[in-house]
Design a protein around this ligand. Sequence first.
Ligand code: BV8
Length: 250
Amino acid sequence: MPLEFPPQLIEILRSAKSIAILTGAGISAESGVPTFREAQTGLWAQYDPTELATPEAFRRNPKLVWEWYEWRRALVAKASPNPGHVALANLESQLTARGSRFTLITQNVDGLHQRAGSQNIVELHGNVWRTKCFDEDVVVDSWPDTNEAPPHCPHCNGLLRPDVVWFGEPLPRPALDAAVDAAQSCDAFFSIGASSLVHPAASLPYLAIERGALTVEINPDETPLTRAMTHSLRGKAGEILPALLKALSL
Ligand code: BV8
């Protein structure tokens, strides 16, 4: 049975001049990438991600944290963008073709939005495919393959780390500014696959609400954001987004 959407949602999306989308780990769930809330598998089941994704954990045990990210990179390398990622890329190209502004703000670090073809992406929490020096805080593109875990920086011999934002670390200012600007100037804001627990990303939808934008949540579960949104579509991103794109038939 085709999914039904509120007529107001379709009307506003059809005429929106500016759309902002915030995605969380849930949009990669149907690609087989475990979300932060799901228990981790195998060796990593004993660890809480919020305990590993911190500078303190890296200082305490750099090898463990580096290997956790190697495991996650291997997982993501085997994953493919799912219909939810692809629908967002298609929505962006259709809306921008008619002159609308489209900003995809993601909390995810897996790079699946890029692989699906999305263009205007704001990476709030970095990208697990980029590596930087822990001491110099600059991205490093290559280093001697010495099988060390973590490898050492070719410039200063410090330790290399993934270019992601850990808990307790500030978000990249340009990314946060771009996300705030998009949320404060959009006609429609979507929060897709986000538990709305991690800040400051979780505060972005409220900027859109204050602006009077139409706000939509897409999530199989309720979140702390649900009751504040104009519409809350209960279901999987990989099913709802393709159906929404079809209903819009721009
Ligand atoms: C900051 C990159 C300040 C790394 C991530 C004490 C000390 C310091 C800070 C804090 C503190 N207490 C609180 C804070 C703030 C803290 C925070 O918010 N903590 C939480 C736990 C309370 N935030 C920070 O630390 C941030 N920095 O505040 O800095 C500062 C300022 C100046 C100077 C110094 C410091 C940094 C936060 C970024 C952390 N990095 N990722 C990595 O990935 O390894 S966060 C990481 O977890 C993800 O990126 C993501 O953002 C988050 C997980 O959230 P979700 O994406 O929502 O995923 P989750 O699994 O939670 O939920 C999935 C959802 O999808 C669910 O709702 C589920 O129902 C749904 N779903 C499932 N399947 C589907 C689906 N939806 C749709 N379709 C489906 N098929």
